[in-house]
Design a protein around this ligand. Structure first.
Ligand SMILES: NC(=O)c1ccc[n+]([C@@H]2O[C@H](COP(=O)([O-])OP(=O)(O)OC[C@H]3O[C@@H](n4cnc5c(N)ncnc54)[C@H](OP(=O)(O)O)[C@@H]3O)[C@@H](O)[C@H]2O)c1
Length: 342
């Protein structure tokens, strides 16, 4: 039985649910912070899990929630900005890269320092870099830099932060950052989005068909987080996380086409048309299928160099091994083919 307390921001999301499940099984007491209890209601039924509604962008509320915690895990992130909708909400709560990936990372670091929660695990993204070609990757890169800087024992610039009545030194935390390529799993929004599109579109025009990815299974990402928590070898490090094999986007979508039995025609678009498609989709109402910032993100191959570090103890699962099971729900003729022995 583990008696450590872990606070997870974004614990009700796709990756968060896998991490929280593993933490709970390992005996940690988990507190999920969410904007709305409804978003994490499935997790609230687990005996070791508490779901707390909080305004994570308010430093005082963060400190209230981190009090008594040993570990903080920050998974909050967005792929696209959403500045227009719900103007009754402040920008951060609607969706702003800088507020969510940079300022929140800074607030989390300060709240950890203020409350004595020394262990911080931070979700970044592969290719996150302040000089990356997309706003998403640049903001993720800045957030990651803030978090890793807090692992240092002192600041080169002697920065001290005002926190209520006392000064707080936001350094000397035990931090680890994780930089995954695209993540797949039953509730992912990447593979499932293509499976849904292939079901309804007779022909699929595909933007950025040559973009490369090395998808990693959500349970493997969760394993990396949980394995690292108490391993000092991971302190101060940023891990690139990838699955066993790299693919072009066209190869991936063809694979989904086969796994769902959709048999659609997929047409890879050249760069100018890919950009145009992104620009059009960006202005469509509802969930964004693609934006120009996504197009810019895909200019850099989302693949890893070298092997995963042994200390993460990962036994990576491939998309071919895992996805057919969860994509079966898109294949209406699967049972007929099975019965016909095909
Ligand atoms: N999925 C991938 O392929 C992938 C790849 C690389 C990196 N990542 C990173 O991994 C992390 C988790 O990704 P995910 O796929 O699990 O995403 P997700 O399902 O969308 O979960 C993200 C969580 O962030 C919180 N959140 C989102 N927008 C927010 C906002 N405006 N204000 C406050 N909270 C907000 C949500 O919590 P509540 O709704 O409960 O408040 C949500 O549960 C993110 O940082 C993402 O950038 C994901």
């Amino acid at each position: 039985m583990n008696n450590k307390k872990v606070c997870v921001l974004g614990g009700g999301g796709f990756v968060g649910r896998s991490i929280v499940n593993k933490l709970e099984k390992a005996g940690y007491a988990v507190r999920i912070l969410t904007r709305a209890r409804e978003h994490a209601k499935d997790m609230a039924v687990l005996p070791g899990v508490e779901v707390v509604e909080a305004n994570i962008f308010d430093p005082a509320d963060l400190q209230r929630c981190f009090a008594g915690m040993d570990v903080v895990i920050n998974l909050v992130g967005i792929l696209n900005e959403d500045k227009g909708s719900r103007i009754d909400l402040p920008m951060a709560r609607r969706g702003d890269f800088h507020e969510i990936h940079v300022e929140l990372a800074r607030k989390v670091v300060h709240a950890c320092a203020a409350t004595g929660a020394r262990r911080l695990l931070h979700m970044s993204a592969l290719n996150a870099d302040p000089n990356a070609p997309s706003a998403y990757l640049r903001s993720k890169g800045l957030g990651q830099a803030i978090v890793l800087e807090s692992a240092m024992q002192h600041s080169e610039h002697e920065k001290w932060y005002l926190d209520g009545p006392k000064f707080v030194h936001a350094y000397g935390l035990d931090v680890t950052a994780f930089r995954p390529s695209v993540i797949f799993g039953r509730e992912d929004s990447f593979i499932n989005m293509f499976a849904s599109l292939l079901k309804i579109a007779p022909v699929l025009p595909l933007a950025s068909p040559d973009a490369r990815f090395q998808p990693i299974f959500v349970e493997d990402v969760a394993q990396a987080f949980v394995e690292s928590i108490e391993n000092p070898a991971s302190f101060g490090k940023a891990y690139d996380l990838c699955g066993p094999k790299a693919y072009s986007l066209l190869e991936l979508v063809n694979m989904v086409n086969d796994m769902t039995g959709s048999q659609r025609k997929i047409i890879g678009l050249p760069p100018q048309l890919s950009w145009l498609m992104a620009a059009i989709f960006e202005h469509m109402p509802g969930r964004k299928l693609m934006t120009r910032d996504n197009y810019d993100t895909m200019k850099v191959d989302s693949v890893c160099q070298g092997n995963l570090p042994a200390e993460l103890k990962l036994n990576l699962r491939s998309i071919e091994a895992v996805a057919p099971e969860y994509l079966a729900r898109f294949d209406q003729y699967r049972d007929y083919r099975h019965a016909a022995g095909r």
